[in-house]
Design a protein. Structure first.
Ligand code: PEP
Ligand code: MG
Length: 886
C-alpha cells in the first residue's frame, strides 16, 4: 500500500467520497465538479490520518511527497509559488471529519506568509495594511492553534496597540501599526511556545497538517464523539485551499447566505455580508453586517452570480443550502455549502415547495420530515427569548406550554377558573379526586410520579401541558407556598410550564400558538395516500373523540373507561359502588353509573360516525378510586362527632381491605371483571344501549369491546360469552347484526403473547398494550424505573433508549411478533393494533409497520406525527425490499 493515493485535488473527488475526504472535502470537490467558483485546493484523506497515526504521530515520507505534488499543481493553477516573495501562494488549512465535528481544530488562514512574502502580498495587492494585517492574523492563529499559545495573549497586545493609536476598528490600523504588532506577536510566540514562529513556509504547512491530525484526539473532540456516538476510528481529513481575501478593499467582502428563509421557508435569499472583511469579522460582531438584499445594489453583478450559484446548489443538493462566500476584487468565490438548519415550520414549507417545483418526490419530501419537530407546531410553544428564570426541570409528561397562576389544590383551581383566572395546578401528586382541578387548569405540575402517573395520563388525554416528577419542588400547603431550586413561589404567583422539555419557569412567558399550515395539511394528505398502517386515537370522551377526528383519526384504539368515572359528579357514585356492603347497594350505584357511561359512549359513537371505537372495560385496581389512607386518618382525627368518626373508620377498614402489595400485578383488569361480574355487565350494557340509540337514529356504530389484562384464553372465553349474552338481550338478533361489534383483548401480559394462538380462538382483535407489556417483560414498574434507576441505566448505556418511550424490539418486540404469528395462524382475519404509549413514537410505529399490525393508536395530538411516521415506515420498508430484491 506504499503508494496509495493519500491526497486528492478538489477536481478529483466527489460527494460520494465522504468517508475518505471528510464531509467538507467531499463537498468542496462536488462543488468544483459542478463548475462552481471554488478556490482550488486539495484534501489529505482520512486514510492518510491512519498512516500518520500508525506511524506514531509522524507524517510519512509518502504523504509529504504527495502533498508537495498537490501543492505544485495548485501553484500552476494559481500562477503563484508557495514561499515565493514576489507572487506568494497562500493557503488555508482546515480539519474535515466525516461527520461534522465542532470539537475539532480551528481553521488557520493565510498560511505561506513570512517576513518576505508579506512584502510580495503588499505590493501585489497595492494594499500594505491589508498584507500586514493578514500576516499578524496568521501568527495569531498559528500561534494559538498549532503552537498552543493562549489567544488572550495576542488579544491583549492587539488591544494595547489600538488603545495606543486611539483606534477602534482593525481596518483603521496603519501598516506601521501592524508591523509593530507583528514584532510583539513574534516575541509572544517565543515566550509562550518556546520557539520562533517558523519563517519556512514548508514547515508552517507540515506543522499545520500535523496539528489537524492531532486535534482528532484532543479532549473536546473525544467528548464530542462520545456524546454523538461518532466512532473514534473514523479519523479526519485535512483541507488545504488557496486563499481568497474578502478584506482587500471595498470591492471585497464575505458573507453567509441561505437559499431560502430558514425560519419560515419562504423562497428568498436570506443572509448577511460585510464589505472589506474576513470570515471571523462576521462572527465577531464588531461591525454590523448588512442583509443580503443590499448586495444587489452594492455589487449587482456579484449578486446576480450569487443568486445563480444558490439556484444551482439547491438543485444539485435538492435542499435548502447554507453557503459561505467571499468576494475578492469583485469576483465571487464559494467556500462551503451544506444543508441549512431550519425550523419545523420552514421544514414543512420547504418540503411542500420542493415537491411543487419538481425538485423532489413526495416520498422524498415525507422522508425529510423530522416528526419529533412537529411537536413544535402542533402544540403551543414558548417565546424562548422571554425566559429568564427556570425554577426547576421535571419530566416532560405532556407537551405544550401553559402559563397561569399557581393553585395548590383542585378546588382553588376550579374556583379561580370560574373567576376567569388562568391557573396552573401544582400538587405533590394528583389523584382521581383532583380531576376537576386538572380540567380547570391550563397545565399541571407535580412533584412526584412518572410519565404514566395519573396527572400525566389525564393531562395527555386532555391535551394539556404537564410536568411531573419534579423532585426539587417542595410544596408547603400550610403556608400556601412552594419552593423549587432555591426560588420561592406563593400561591397566586404566575408560573409557566413547558411540557415538552419539563421546564418550570417563573413568571408569565408569552406563548406561541400552534400552527396547522396549509403545507402540513398537504403533506399529511400525501402520507395518507402512502401509508399502510391506520392511525387511531386514544380518547375517553366525546370531546377528545372530536379532537381526534379533526386530526384525522380513523378510529379509537383505546377508550379507557375508568377515566369516565373520575369526573367530580361521578366519583362519589363510583366510590359508593366500590364500598357497598350488600349486592343491592352495589347494584343501585351501578344503575346510577350506567346512564352516564351510556351517554359518553353515545357521544363517542356519534363523533366517530361509524368508525371503530375500541372500548376497554375497567382496568385499574379499585383502590385507585378511593381516597388515600393518610387522608382518611387525618379526617378521622379531625372529625368532631361520633357519626362522622364511625363513617371514617368504616372507610378506613374498606380501603385497607382493598390494599394490595403490588397493585400492578394484583386485582385489576379482567380479574376484576371475573370476580365482580356486575361491573363489566353494567359497562357492556351501557355500550350496547348507546349503540342501540345510535342505530335507531340512523347512525352507524362499530364498537370493539376490549378485555384488559388477559393472561389465559379461558378468561377471554368466559367474558366473551357475557358480552354476547348481553348483546343479545339489549340489541336483539337484528340490531346485533347491524351493530357488528367485535370482542377482543389486550395483549399486555407476556403469557398472553406466548399463548396467543389459543387466545385468538375467542378474540376478533388483539391490541398490544405495550405499556404493561414492557413493564412485565422487563419486570420494571414504570414509575419506579423512571424515577429511580432508569436514568442511570441510560447514562451508562446499559439500555439504548427508555423502553417506555421507544418500543424494545429485541425483547418486547419478539413477544409481539410471536403473538402476531400464532394469533393469525389461528384466526387469519384477526385485527391487530397497538394502544400503548409507543403508538405515537416514530421508531415504534416503524416496528408496528414491519410486524404487520393494522393500526397504531396514540393521543389525539400525536396523530399528525403518527400519520407521517407511518408513511415513512412504508417508504423505508418498500425501499429495503427493493434493495434486497435488487
Ligand atoms: C398498556 O398497558 O399499554 C395500556 C394501554 O394500558 P394502560 O396504560 O392503561 O395500563
Ligand atoms: Mg395496561
Amino acid at each position: 500500500m506504499g503508494n496509495a493515493k493519500l491526497v486528492y485535488a478538489f477536481t478529483e473527488g466527489h460527494a460520494g467520497m465522504k468517508a475518505l475526504l471528510g464531509g467538507k472535502g467531499a463537498n468542496l470537490a462536488e462543488m468544483t465538479r459542478a463548475g462552481l467558483p471554488v478556490p482550488p485546493g486539495f484534501t489529505i484523506t482520512t486514510e492518510a490520518y491512519h498512516t500518520f497515526f500508525r506511524a506514531g504521530y509522524r507524517v510519512p515520507a509518502e504523504l509529504q511527497r504527495q502533498v508537495q505534488e498537490a501543492l505544485r499543481g495548485l501553484e500552476v493553477e494559481k500562477g503563484q509559488r508557495f514561499g515565493e516573495p514576489l507572487s506568494p501562494l497562500l493557503v488555508s488549512v482546515r480539519s474535515g471529519s466525516v461527520t461534522s465535528m465542532p470539537g475539532m481544530m480551528d481553521t488557520i488562514l493565510n498560511l505561506g506568509l513570512n517576513d518576505e512574502t508579506v512584502r510580495g502580498l503588499a505590493s501585489l495587492s497595492g494594499n500594505e495594511p491589508f498584507a500586514y494585517d493578514c500576516y499578524r492574523r496568521l501568527i495569531q492563529m498559528f500561534g494559538n492553534v498549532v503552537l498552543g499559545v493562549e489567544s488572550i495573549q495576542f488579544e491583549r497586545l492587539l488591544h494595547r496597540l489600538k488603545a495606543g493609536l486611539g483606534i477602534e476598528l482593525d481596518r483603521d490600523v496603519p501598516a506601521d501599526g501592524w508591523r509593530r504588532l507583528i514584532e510583539d506577536y513574534k516575541q509572544c510566540v517565543l515566550r509562550f511556545a518556546n520557539r520562533e514562529f517558523p519563517q519556512n513556509v514548508q514547515e508552517q504547512l507540515a506543522l499545520a497538517i500535523e496539528a489537524v491530525f492531532k486535534s482528532w484526539n484532543n479532549q473536546r473532540a473525544q467528548i464530542y464523539r462520545q456524546l454523538n456516538r461518532i466512532p473514534d476510528d473514523q479519523g479526519t481529513a485535512v483541507n488545504v485551499q488557496s486563499m481568497v481575501f474578502g478584506n482587500r478593499g471595498d470591492n471585497c467582502g464575505t458573507g453567509v447566505v441561505f437559499t431560502r428563509n430558514p425560519s419560515d421557508g419562504e423562497s428568498i435569499l436570506y443572509g448577511e455580508y460585510l464589505i472589506n472583511a474576513q470570515g471571523e469579522d462576521v462572527v465577531a460582531g464588531v461591525r454590523t453586517p448588512q442583509s443580503i438584499g443590499a448586495l444587489r445594489d452594492e455589487m449587482p453583478e456579484v449578486y446576480k452570480q450569487l443568486k445563480s450559484v444558490c439556484e444551482k446548489l439547491e438543485r444539485h443538493y435538492k435542499d435548502m443550502q447554507d453557503i459561505e462566500f467571499t468576494v475578492e476584487n469583485g469576483k465571487l468565490y464559494i467556500l462551503q455549502t451544506r444543508n441549512g438548519k431550519r425550523t419545523a415550520q420552514a421544514a414543512l414549507k420547504l418540503a411542500a415547495d420542493f415537491v411543487a417545483e419538481g425538485v423532489i418526490s413526495r416520498e422524498e419530501a415525507l422522508m425529510r420530515i423530522e416528526v419529533s419537530h412537529l411537536d413544535q407546531l402542533l402544540h403551543r410553544g414558548l417565546d424562548e427569548s422571554a425566559i429568564r428564570d427556570v425554577l426547576a426541570v421535571g419530566l416532560p409528561a405532556s407537551p405544550g406550554a401553559a402559563t397561569g397562576m399557581v393553585a395548590l389544590d383542585a378546588d382553588t383551581a376550579a374556583a379561580w377558573r370560574k373567576e376567569g383566572k388562568p391557573v396552573i395546578l401544582v400538587r405533590s401528586e394528583t389523584t382521581p379526586e383532583d380531576i376537576h382541578g386538572v380540567l380547570a387548569s391550563e397545565g399541571v405540575l407535580t412533584a412526584r410520579g412518572g410519565m404514566t402517573s395519573h396527572a400525566a395520563v389525564v393531562a395527555r388525554g386532555m391535551g394539556k401541558p404537564c410536568v411531573c416528577g419534579c423532585e426539587s419542588l417542595s410544596i408547603d400547603e400550610e403556608q400556601r407556598k412552594l419552593s423549587a431550586g432555591g426560588g420561592a413561589i406563593s400561591e397566586g404567583d404566575w408560573i409557566t410550564l413547558d411540557g415538552a422539555s419539563g421546564r418550570v419557569i417563573r413568571g408569565c412567558i408569552p406563548l406561541k400558538e400552534a400552527q396547522v399550515t396549509e403545507e402540513l395539511l398537504r403533506i399529511l394528505q400525501w402520507a395518507d395516500d402512502i401509508r399502510a398502517l391506520q392511525v387511531y386515537a386514544n380518547a375517553d370522551n366525546p370531546d377528545d373523540a372530536l379532537t381526534a377526528r379533526r386530526f384525522g383519526a380513523e378510529g379509537i384504539g383505546l377508550c379507557r373507561t375508568e377515566h369516565m368515572f373520575f369526573a367530580p359528579s361521578r366519583l362519589p357514585v363510583m366510590q359508593r359502588m366500590i364500598l357497598a356492603d350488600t349486592g343491592q347497594e352495589r347494584q343501585a350505584a351501578l344503575d346510577e353509573l350506567l346512564p352516564m357511561q351510556r351517554d359518553d359512549f353515545e357521544g363517542i359513537f356519534r363523533a366517530m360516525e361509524g368508525r371503530p371505537v375500541t372500548i376497554r372495560l375497567l382496568d385499574p385496581p379499585l383502590h385507585e378510586f378511593l381516597p388515600k389512607l393518610e387522608e382518611l386518618h387525618a379526617k378521622f382525627e379531625a372529625a368532631d362527632n361520633d357519626i362522622e368518626r364511625s363513617q371514617y373508620s368504616r372507610l378506613i377498614r374498606k380501603v385497607k381491605s382493598l390494599h394490595e402489595i403490588n397493585p400492578m400485578l394484583g386485582h385489576r383488569g379482567c380479574r376484576l371483571g371475573i370476580v365482580h361480574p356486575e361491573i363489566y355487565d353494567m359497562q357492556i350494557e351501557a355500550i350496547f344501549k348507546a349503540a342501540l340509540r345510535c342505530l335507531e337514529a340512523g347512525i352507524r356504530v362499530s364498537p370493539d369491546i376490549m378485555i384488559p389484562l388477559v393472561s389465559d384464553a379461558n378468561e377471554l372465553k368466559l367474558l366473551r360469552e357475557r358480552v354476547d349474552e348481553i348483546a343479545e338481550q339489549v340489541l336483539g338478533d337484528e340490531k346485533r347484526k347491524e351493530c357488528g361489534y367485535k370482542v377482543g383483548t389486550m395483549i399486555e401480559v407476556p403469557r398472553a403473547a406466548l399463548t396467543a394462538g389459543k387466545i385468538a380462538a375467542y378474540a376478533d382483535f388483539f391490541s398490544f398494550g405495550t405499556n404493561d407489556l414492557t413493564q412485565m417483560t422487563f419486570g420494571y414498574s414504570r414509575d419506579d424505573a423512571e424515577g429511580k434507576f432508569l436514568p442511570n441505566y441510560l447514562e451508562q448505556k446499559l439500555l439504548p433508549r427508555n423502553p417506555f418511550e421507544v418500543l424494545d424490539g429485541e425483547g418486547v418486540g419478539q413477544l409481539i411478533e410471536l403473538a402476531m404469528m400464532n394469533g393469525r395462524a389461528r384466526k387469519p382475519g384477526l385485527k391487530t393494533g397497538i394502544c400503548g404509549e409507543h403508538g405515537g413514537d416514530k421508531e415504534s410505529i416503524a416496528f408496528c409497520h414491519r410486524a404487520g399490525l393494522h393500526y397504531v393508536s396514540c393521543s389525539p395530538y400525536r396523530i399528525p406525527m403518527a400519520r407521517i411516521a407511518a408513511a415513512q415506515a412504508q417508504i423505508e420498508h418498500s425501499q429495503n425490499i427493493e434493495f434486497s430484491a435488487g
